[in-house]
Design a protein around this ligand. Sequence first.
Ligand SMILES: [Zn+2]
Length: 305
Amino acid sequence: MTELPGTSPLPTVFLPAQSLVTPAPRAQKSFSNTKETSTEPSTTLKKPTFTLPKLRLEIRDLNHAGAESFLTSVTASQALATSVQSVLSLLYHTPDSPTTTVPTTRSVTLILRPMGGVAYTTGSDLDSDHKEIHFSLDYINGISTSRKADEILGVLTHEMVHCYQYDAFGTCPGGLVEGIADWVRLNANLSPPHWKKEASGNWDAGYQHTGYFLEYLEQRFGKGTVRRINEKLRIERYEQKKFWTELVGRPVEQLWGDYAEAVEKELKKAEEEECVLVEKEDASTPKVLEESTPTKPSKELWGEC
Ligand SMILES: [Zn+2]
C-alpha cells in the first residue's frame, strides 16, 4: 500500500546494537527467554525528542463524513507529531547520541481524500525530501467508533515509517519494508486487535506477519536490532545471505525456522494456561484449587483439555 520512500545516500555511520534510550513502551514481551545478548539499557534517559519536519494537513473534501470523523477523533497536529516521534525514537538514536542517520525528510503532508484502500506514502512530485501520506476518508469513515482514534494513529504511524526508513537503494524486499513499518506500529502500542503472530509462509510476507518476526529478532538479539537493520539498509544494497549473516550471524531462513518453533511453543503454553483457567472455573472443591499451578498445568490433575 505504499511506494518506497526516496532516500539519499549519506555518509556511513556504524550503529552499535545497544540503545541509550527507552522509546515507546513495548507491546510484546514474549520470547524473552530466547534472548542471546543482554542489551537492555541500564538507565532510562529522558524521552528522546527529535526536530519535527514541517507538518501539513490537507483535507480535499471537507463535506465527506470521514473528514469530520477524523477531526473529532484526533488532534491532527498531535497525531502527526506523535507518530514522527514514535518512528524516530524506535528507528534512530537521539540527536545527542547520533549513531544513526535520520533521513533528510523536510516535510510531511497528510492528505485526506476519498479513495479506495487505506493509505499510502509517496515523495512529492518535486522532491523526495517532501513526503505525502494519502489517507482514505472512506476508510476513516468506516472504522468503528471505539477503534477510530487508535486505528487512525496506527495507520499514520505505519505510513510515517515510510517517510523515514531506508530501503537499500530500492533493493530491499517490499515485505521487509512493510514489516518494519508494522513493527514500529506494534511498538508504539497501536496494533489492532486482529493482529496475531503466525509463522506460516515466508518471513517476508510483510506487514504484521513480518513485524512480529522482527520483534522476535529484537528480543533475541537485543534492543536496537531493527535499528541496525534499518541502518544496514541505508548503507548498502540488499543481498539476502550476506545481509543477515553479517547482521546476526545466520541466514534469515534459519531464523524464521527458530521463530516458528518459538511461536508454536508460545501458543501451546497459552492454550495450556487457558485450559487451566477453564478447569479452575469448573473446579468445585477448594482442595483442587489449592493444588493448581497455573504456569505448569498437570494433565493428571486437570485432565485433557
Ligand atoms: Zn506500508
